[in-house]
Write a protein that binds this ligand. Structure first.
Ligand SMILES: [Zn+2]
Length: 239
């Protein structure tokens, strides 16, 4: 079994629908299904933090924000653009397609496996031997989540979650975003739990992660977006 097969098998074995796996697995062994319409850019430094935007343009402005944060900090960064579209809703951080459906309804496809494998190989390429935090930046326009940052976590206990929440809430207030709060998995109720990525995607392969969902209400204006960049920079510097 070559390394590509091994990586694909690692993801596929985590996925419960074995019929779909068999079909998808056969279809992307040579990366021939990697779509030409997407791209991944990376910045590799001597850092034990990675900041990534897996849906850099679909989650509007998240790619630009990661690029901006990356330009003024010294962390490893990754931006994927173009793979997730309305027409082809490839999930990138997991080997499935489907947006706005339950993770159990997402479909494994050859191109989704190929994109996920390409994404993971880029994470592996830039990550240090000891990756302390893997952080994803996302954006949504769900009205019930409009007043808050929602953060799903991997490997973070309730005490640490409370510290991170306090850090972000302080920073939101300091940068003029006191109308918004932070909802942290483990201590608050959150909607965006990143269950698919945890079960059969990149979040199943890292020890510690923050999956940050940001509302359109903040991302939509240049001034509040700049404030959010400052908040995220504060957060990363505090980890
Ligand atoms: Zn997203």
């Amino acid at each position: 079994m070559n390394s590509t097969y091994r990586r694909l098998f690692a993801f596929a074995s985590l996925y419960t629908n074995r019929v779909l796996i068999a079909l998808a697995f056969a279809g992307c062994a040579q990366h021939s299904d990697l779509p030409s319409y997407g791209s991944i850019t990376t910045v590799d430094r001597v850092s034990d933090l990675i900041l990534s935007a897996p849906h850099g343009n679909y989650d509007t402005y998240t790619g630009d924000m990661v690029q901006e944060i990356c330009s003024v900090t010294a962390y490893d960064c990754l931006i994927a653009r173009g793979y997730r579209t309305d027409e082809h809703p490839i999930n990138v951080n997991r080997p499935t397609e489907g947006v706005g459906v339950a993770y159990s309804e997402e479909q494994v496809t050859g191109r989704a496996l190929a994109v996920c494998d390409y994404y993971r190989s880029n994470v592996e390429k830039i990550q240090s031997e000891h990756l302390r935090y893997y952080i994803e930046l996302h954006g949504n326009n769900r009205s019930a989540s409009a007043g808050q940052l929602e953060i799903a976590t991997v490997g973070i206990d309730a005490a640490r979650a409370a510290q991170i929440k306090q850090t972000i809430d302080n920073s939101l207030a300091a940068h003029g975003l006191s109308a918004y709060t932070t909802a942290m998995e483990g201590i608050d109720t959150i909607y965006f739990k990143a269950t698919g990525a945890k079960q059969f995607g990149i979040l199943a392969t890292v020890q510690t992660a923050l999956h940050i969902e940001t509302p359109w209400a903040i991302r939509g204006s240049a001034s509040s977006r700049a404030a959010l960049v400052a908040v995220l920079k504060d957060l990363m510097n505090s980890l």
